[in-house]
Design a protein around this ligand. Structure first.
Ligand code: NAD
Ligand code: ZN
Length: 281
């Protein structure tokens, strides 16, 4: 066959593949959009590190994840207590610096937009990066704390982190509590620490009363957080998963989207806007 004919056949096939993929994506976006609309505000998002990778913050277990460079043990309470200064330096370099420079991406913005439209009740997040709040989400339940605060290892003291980061870098020592003199640590949940009780309770209440739960960018392997979508399923909610790699709950979801959250979620918002405006018109 002449090579020009081959090129034409190749191009036609490629265009067909692109069109088919596009149609499927739109069908999937429509399915999620319809469920969100039907839930009338009883939709809850459950997010993890994958919602922030497109903002330049690496996840833990993905191919470019943090665990490919450093050992998870660095962020355990035991290791922190053994060498608090070294642990602080690891935290500043690997978490504080990259996270404080990051901006929300279109996945965070889409979720915030849906909340502003009255369609999302809350975001339950395992992330500590504050990017949901920076995108405009108002009800955000942080299960693992926040990167920009410190807490005392003994008393209830909590404060902003910036001055303490400054102290660590200038005095080569871990900071201490101004109330009781004990060690201060970043206010994120380290391995071996319990999750904050109020947030965990609030998350379970939301999970057991929502109609739709949309899981975005989490491997669903960190416990007890990973129990939350399970609680939603047990209470009869529809589960949707948007994650680039398989999760243990894929077989319980109505739909699993293997796509970048920042590409897919804006499509859902677009479909919802079209449906709302055609209902009005
Ligand atoms: P994880 O690293 O275990 O899993 C992230 C998942 O997201 C992976 O399955 C990956 O395939 C998927 N993913 C990556 N990019 C994606 C994208 N653009 N679109 C869709 N899916 C994508 O993360 P986890 O389940 O959240 O657990 C890690 C723990 O570490 C969490 O508890 C969290 O507290 C913490 N963490 C937080 C941040 C952050 O605040 N941004 C970053 C890393 C880790
Ligand atoms: Zn104290």
């Amino acid at each position: 066959m002449h090579y020009q004919v081959l090129i034409v056949i190749f191009l036609l096939k490629t265009v067909k593949i692109i069109v088919v993929k596009r149609d499927t994506e739109l069908d999937e976006a429509k399915k999620i959009a319809d469920s969100i609309l039907e839930a009338r505000g009883k939709t809850v998002f459950f997010t993890g590190a994958g919602v922030s990778t497109e903002s330049g913050i690496p996840d833990f277990r993905g191919p470019q994840g943090l665990w490919t460079r450093i050992s998870p043990e660095i962020f355990s309470l035991d290791v922190f207590l053994q060498d608090p200064y070294d642990s602080w330096i690891q935290y500043i370099e690997n978490i504080y610096k990259p996270v404080s420079k990051a901006f929300p991406n279109s996945a965070h913005r889409s979720i915030a937009e849906l909340e502003a439209m009255g369609l999302v009740e809350a975001v339950i997040t395992q992330n500590i990066d504050k990017l949901h709040q920076k995108a405009g989400s108002r009800r955000v339940i942080e299960l693992h704390g926040s990167y920009d605060e410190v807490q005392c290892t003994k008393c209830n003291f909590k404060g902003k982190i910036d001055e303490h980061v400054q102290y660590v870098l200038e005095s080569n020592a871990a900071p201490r509590c101004r109330i009781c003199g004990s060690l201060l640590k970043p206010a994120v949940v380290y391995f071996g620490e319990p999750l904050p009780e109020r947030e965990l309770n609030e998350a379970f209440v939301l999970a057991s009363s929502c109609k739709v739960m949309i899981v975005v960018g989490t491997s669903l392997t960190v416990f007890p957080a990973a129990l939350i979508p399970r609680a939603a399923i047990s209470s009869g909610a529809e589960l949707f998963i948007i994650n680039e790699t398989p999760t243990p709950l894929d077989n319980q979801a109505i739909l699993v989207i293997r796509e970048k959250a920042g590409n897919f979620l804006p499509e859902v918002v677009e479909v919802i806007k079209e449906e709302v405006s055609s209902e009005r018109g």
